[in-house]
Design a protein around this ligand. Structure first.
Ligand code: PLP
Length: 445
């Protein structure tokens, strides 16, 4: 399997190069040169196995011979160890795919741990340590810190926006120390992401620090996010008739997770429709409606991991659908919701179904309901029954305790992994100025 830069079809590299580079030298994102396809029969056969084997069958196609099978299996085992992906029924045709049962209680644990395993394997024979630079809107930082903690030969530097992540997320990021270093930036997530992108283009930094990224622009973090779409489908196959139309709603910020879902469908997974649900940082819903790509200033919301106005991965979706807005509209809808609606639906679903969603999952739920309403209105006389909606519950509600209404907060059971988080020292605030960051990096790596 080769990967090309989205800015140049002819710049082709293998998995290890794309993983190490993060971004191609021409600043393009990497994209698989050919998306592997599984026939219906093959998919059904793969899905007979356990989660480890399913993951192996999927990701092997993307890695080729770069990592030997036995090492790849061991990376997958470490990634998925004790990690469950339950599909929780809210009511008859609506499910929550819970992705928060990993070490930092967010879906990003899958990609972060998988990537750290691949990187560890690939740099085994290199003498020089490597630096993973990552911008976070909350959960990436925690997942990457945990996934890379104490891995030999790798330093991690996490940039996060001051006052724009939850207390628990901030504590998680700052709880480890050792090879995990943290910078708190005076700015928003897009500023952090820009600082990271600029660093990758700075010759002096690249040479001195051997930089790579751990954001979802990195293929090794992005591609394993296909696994759980397959797991959800397996569950549905086992519990429903074959003809049900599956709709996924994905709470989206940088659009990596939804893009992994779209890729899973291209691989042959029979998914009828996708909804990318966002908060009021709504560049993509507006783009899909008007055809104008017009990012605005980022606004802080309850669903802070999605406070992103210029989503990196959207360019991959454009590429997948040949830059055609009409194809995109056909394959995916995109809606946005404000904090008021988010809080209201968290309360409503708790009261009606006794299920507590986090603010991100709540946005996924709202998007799913909106699309289902649209479908039902369109088919008024011919009531559609054969759909099944799944929203991704991307983080545990306990991570957002400080933002939840009081009566809900009191009902959230804090998982043991959060109780054990002890913050060391919070980092000092650093200015959103590339020269300052560069200086810091050069002195601290
Ligand atoms: C990162 C994150 C998202 C957004 O995922 P993208 O892949 O960036 O679209 C949604 N919810 C939570 C809890 C997250 O941490």
């Amino acid at each position: 399997m080769l990967y090309h830069s989205l800015k140049n079809k002819n710049h082709l590299v293998t998995f290890d190069k794309a993983l190490l580079n993060g971004l191609a030298p021409d600043k393009g994102l990497y994209f698989p040169n050919k998306i592997p396809f599984f026939s219906k029969k093959k998919i059904n056969e793969i899905l007979k196995h356990d989660n480890y084997t399913i993951a192996f069958n999927i990701i092997k196609k993307y890695i080729g011979n770069v990592i030997p099978e036995k090492d790849l299996i061991s990376i997958i085992e470490k990634t998925l160890f004790n990690f469950k992906f339950p599909l929780h029924k809210i009511y008859n045709k609506l499910y929550s795919l819970e992705l928060f049962h990993g070490p930092t209680l967010a879906f990003k644990d899958v990609g972060a741990k998988f990537m750290s395993g691949c990187l560890e394997y690939i740099i085994k024979y290199k003498k020089k340590p490597i630096t993973v630079l990552v911008a976070t809107s909350g959960d990436t930082g925690a997942a990457v810190a945990k996934g890379f903690h104490n891995i030999k030969g790798i330093n991690v530097i996490i940039l996060y926006p001051h006052n724009m992540i939850s207390n628990i997320q901030e504590n998680q990021i700052n709880s480890l120390g050792d090879n995990i270093k943290v910078l708190k930036i005076k700015g928003n997530f897009d500023d952090c992401q820009n600082l990271v992108k600029k660093s990758f283009l700075d010759k002096e930094l690249i040479d001195k620090c051997s930089l790579t990224s751990a954001n979802s622009i990195n293929i090794a973090r992005w591609l394993p996010q296909t696994f759980y779409y397959f797991y959800a489908y397996k569950h549905i196959l086992q519990n429903n008739n074959n003809n049900v139309k599956i709709i996924f709603s994905v709470p989206s910020g940088n659009f990596g997770n939804v893009c992994a879902g779209l890729i899973s469908r291209e691989m042959g997974l029979p998914i009828n429709h996708f909804i990318a649900s966002t908060n009021v940082n709504n560049t993509i819903p507006r783009f899909i409606k008007t055809g104008k790509y017009d990012p605005k200033n980022t606004i802080a919301t309850l669903s802070n991991a999605m406070d992103i106005s210029n989503p990196s991965n959207f360019i991959r979706i454009m590429h997948l659908y040949k830059q055609s807005l009409s194809i995109i509209k056909n394959k995916m809808s995109s809606y946005y919701f404000n904090d008021e609606k988010t809080l209201k639906i968290i309360k409503d679903v708790k009261n009606k179904y006794n299920y507590i969603m986090d603010p991100h999952g709540a946005i996924g739920y709202l998007g799913l309901k909106k699309y289902i309403n649209y479908l039902e209105n369109k088919n008024k006389n011919n009531k559609i029954n054969n759909y099944l909606g799944i929203f991704l519950e991307t983080a545990h509600p306990a991570k957002f305790m400080d933002k939840m209404p009081k009566d809900i907060k009191n009902n959230i059971i804090k998982p043991i992994t959060l109780k054990n988080v002890k913050t060391k020292r919070l980092p000092t605030l650093i200015s959103n100025d590339f020269c300052v960051i560069k200086e810091w990096l050069l002195n601290n790596i």
